[in-house]
Design a binder for this molecule. Sequence first.
Ligand SMILES: [Zn+2]
Length: 216
Amino acid sequence: MTKELFRIDPYMKYFDAKVLQIEKNIVVLDQTCFFPQGGGQVGDIGNLSGIKVVNSLKEGDLIQHILESESNFTLNQIVHGQIDWDRRYKIMRLHSAAHLVYYVMQEVFGSSCKPSSSGLLDDKKDRSDYLFNEPLDRQKLIAVEEKVNKLILDSLPISHEKFNNEDRITWRISLFAPMECGGTHVKNTKEIGKINIKRGSKPGRGRERIEISLSE
Ligand SMILES: [Zn+2]
């Protein structure tokens, strides 16, 4: 299996690891800090010993590094991995912001206003579809943005803990109830910086698309 270093420390940018499997341009290592595509989040990119990694995928308990081209790596060789940290850090900031938005959406629009799917997240924006049983009030959405930006400035700590010693990670932002999530979060809301929230194209009846981007 591949040990998921991003669960131990989401801020880890590089690591050394042993090659477990090679198939054409796909390389599996014994450990990695490349976050694999899943739950709507894009896979990390970066490089393995100088060869570009263009995507990361999860396959059972293994993480596959998709290289730009075939490598001359050999089994059991130690390689040096490095993720595109600028990109990943933006994803961590946006993902953490999306949790705050979720809480505030429920406060402002009511508890029936829940995400209807896992959404999409890359380094440009977080896109989530919410269930709505009434037309979206734009003034209320502006209030959500203001409230989230205020919470960000409150410098609330975000912590992680393992749930029941299993491989389930629970994170918590002080003030809010803990939530189970395997994603990567920043340590403090202040790292998110100012965000913008806008309404995206309508995804369907009874739903609204909410898009979050970083404004700085
Ligand atoms: Zn999360």
